[in-house]
Design a protein around this ligand. Structure first.
Ligand code: FAD
Length: 337
């Protein structure tokens, strides 16, 4: 068996969380992970450390403390201003080898996945990707990651007995965002950066930021499935009146009725809205994982046996072509539009 670069006995009872940030703001997924790490660390008497890499980013440390970090390991360098997988891997690897934390959690975002894979190989450790939950056994210090597979037919519990750090990635929205506590403080521990320009094969020429749609934070979701037959205009009007966003299952996305960024589910976005109005959706597992943590689910389907009704708080058996225009009319009347 390949040995990790540091052994279980050497590992320190600390959970590290990679802090992703953009334009001076920490990404929500990193804050969600800090909250989860805090909860696990409190149960086991461990500490939580946020790993912060960038240029002029020390101002983000108080936010990390407020969301649960006890300390921030800070690497600041002009070559870290933009994420490059070579630069971030080099610095994170040195920092991890120096401090030897027992666990390292990252968001399953494009950058987080890129960094996690490289780091796991370099550190000769394991990586549990796209986990849906995480537990920590305080007796053994072993983490148990939950991963679903085979269309939800299998729930795998993964643990790393012999390798450290125990690495895992989590998609945005898997864990709730805890309320910040601005009274929390901590230590900022600088990391010496040994990065040189020759080590970087990637040069960021231009950064183009997309529309910034973040469905995982929408308070209300109006979701259309194959049953709405591509009529997303009605759903957009409903979402606007309800102060929410439009989402979709995979078939309307594949058919080009709506952009892929709005796909909800296992290969889309995992959301926690207060209300999800789910229209013409059968309730396949791959979709349900994206809304199962909604406070209230209202489902409209013309099939009384539809699986989605098992996951709904309110079930409307009816044709979306009749129910949705009637609902829209009532909401417009009430709002005076
Ligand atoms: C590896 C993998 C990953 C996947 N990831 C995702 C994912 O992230 N998100 C996702 O959504 N899917 C995903 N899928 C696909 C998923 O398994 C389902 O096929 C998909 O969710 C079904 O979408 P749907 O409910 O819109 O369509 P259907 O299953 O076709 O259901 C349509 C529903 O609409 C109802 N209906 C039809 N007409 C009307 C009407 N006039 N009024 C009211 N109701 C009506 C029908 O009764 C039916 O229940 C994935 C599949 C795989 C294999």
């Amino acid at each position: 068996m390949v040995k990790s670069l540091y052994a279980v006995e050497e590992a320190v009872n600390t959970i590290w969380v990679f802090l992703e940030h953009s334009d001076g703001v920490i990404r929500t997924v990193s804050l969600e992970l800090l909250g989860k790490a805090r909860e696990l660390a409190d149960g086991a008497g461990w500490s939580v450390v946020a790993l912060l890499l960038g240029a002029d980013v020390e101002t983000l440390a108080p936010t990390a403390f407020a969301y649960g970090a006890d300390a921030v390991r800070l690497a600041e360098h002009p070559l870290l201003a933009n994420f490059t997988v070579e630069g971030y891997t080099h610095v994170a690897c040195e920092a991890l080898l120096a401090a030897k934390p027992s666990a390292f959690l990252l968001g399953a975002t494009p950058d987080g996945r890129d960094l996690a894979g490289r780091l796991a190989v370099r550190l000769r450790t394991g990586l549990n990707a796209d986990c849906t939950d995480l537990r920590l056994d305080p007796e053994t210090g072993v983490m148990v990651s939950e991963v679903s597979g085979f269309g939800g037919g299998v729930l795998a519990l993964l643990q790393m007995q012999h390798h450290r750090p125990q690495m895992a990635t989590f998609r945005p929205g898997v864990f709730p965002l805890c309320a910040p506590d601005p009274s929390r403080h901590g230590d900022v521990i600088p990391i010496r950066v040994t990065l040189t320009p020759e080590m970087l094969h990637t040069h960021v020429v231009e950064r183009v930021v997309g529309a910034g749609l973040d469905l995982s934070q929408a308070p209300v979701l109006v979701v259309g499935g194959r049953g709405v037959e591509g009529d997303f205009d009605t759903l957009r009007k409903l979402a606007a009146l309800l102060g929410g966003e439009v989402g979709a299952t995979r078939p309307p996305v594949d058919e080009g009725h709506i952009e892929r960024a709005r796909q909800i589910g296992q290969t889309g976005v995992v959301c926690r809205p207060k209300v999800a109005l789910v229209c013409g959706v059968s309730g396949a597992f791959h979709f349900v994982v994206g809304i199962q943590d909604a406070d209230t689910v209202i489902a409209i389907n013309n099939d009384p046996e539809a699986e989605i009704f098992k996951h709904a708080d309110y079930c409307v058996i009816g044709d979306v072509r009749e129910v949705l225009p009637a609902l829209l009319e009532q909401l417009q009347l009430q709002s005076g539009c």
